[in-house]
Design a protein around this ligand. Structure first.
Ligand code: ZN
Length: 258
């Protein structure tokens, strides 16, 4: 029996799964994906993530507001999200962070919302799932400002450079890679090769970022095997080693009852 994987970043509540969600979740189990985290991007999707975690034993939820949606979050929603964080199936705060590539929300609003969630994650002692794009300078300065000993989290869908990876590791955070490392000439491969496997997680970020050979199609958790396979190949480790260690990392980071 091959070892199990955990897909640490999915968006299974998205409507692209409305017609076949059960099938997608069943295919994940057949591909030895023993656990999945489904990640909120705003209040409605966080609520939907919690509902999925209630419905399926192998699904856990994260609750947060994506930087794209920061502008739409009001105080009432923030309080509702904080209440959701008390739910036993909610294992992380996320996704939260900064995205200066699209700038869908004004940058000062993104920073303010991110800071609020950093404080809440600390109060609730939950790990963080961080999204960052083209915002490394502000990201690290806010993390320095809020830094606390023993805080935990992961930078998901990592696409920054080597120097940023070192900073993330210095803060004690994990780094998660997605299907983009399977793309031809991916700039993230050399970065990934230097991240210790003990600090690494795997994810699909589905429905986005389908790995080769599915690039361009709808992604799903079963495909996380291609991400783990690419890591094994590039780091010259066995697939089983990559699966076992990244699964242990996820269980410990998110305190999963697996
Ligand atoms: Zn995401």
């Amino acid at each position: 029996m091959p070892p199990f994987l955990i897909d640490t970043h999915t968006h299974l509540d998205f409507d692209r799964y409305d017609n076949d969600r059960d099938e997608v979740i069943r295919r994940a189990a057949e591909a030895f994906v023993a656990g999945m985290l489904t990640i909120g991007v705003d209040y409605p999707s966080s609520l939907a993530a919690v509902r999925l975690a209630e419905e399926y034993e192998q699904i856990y939820a994260a609750v947060g507001v994506h930087p794209h949606d920061a502008n739409a979050m009001d105080d009432e929603q923030f309080e509702n999200l904080c209440r959701l964080l008390e739910h036993p199936q909610v294992v992380a705060v996320g996704e939260v962070g900064l995205d200066y590539h699209y700038d869908y929300s004004p940058r000062d609003v993104q920073r303010r919302v991110f800071r609020r969630f950093l404080d809440v994650a600390w109060e609730m002692q939950k790990p963080l799932i961080i999204h960052t794009r083209e915002a490394d300078e502000d990201m690290f300065s806010i993390l320095r400002e809020k830094s606390r000993s023993g805080w935990r989290g992961v930078f998901h869908c990592f696409s920054s450079d080597e120097a940023a990876a070192r900073k993330v590791l210095d803060f004690g955070f994990h780094i998660s890679f997605t299907g983009n490392i399977t793309f031809k000439n991916s700039r993230s491969v050399p970065v990934m090769k230097n991240v210790p496997i003990e600090k690494m997680l795997v994810e699909t970020d589905c429905p986005f970022m389908a790995p080769e050979p599915y690039r361009g199609r709808r992604n799903e958790p079963a495909y996380v095997v291609h991400v783990a396979g690419k890591i094994a190949k590039e780091k010259e480790l066995s697939f089983d080693t990559v699966a076992q260690i990244t699964t242990q990392n996820a269980i410990r980071l998110f305190n999963l009852p697996l």
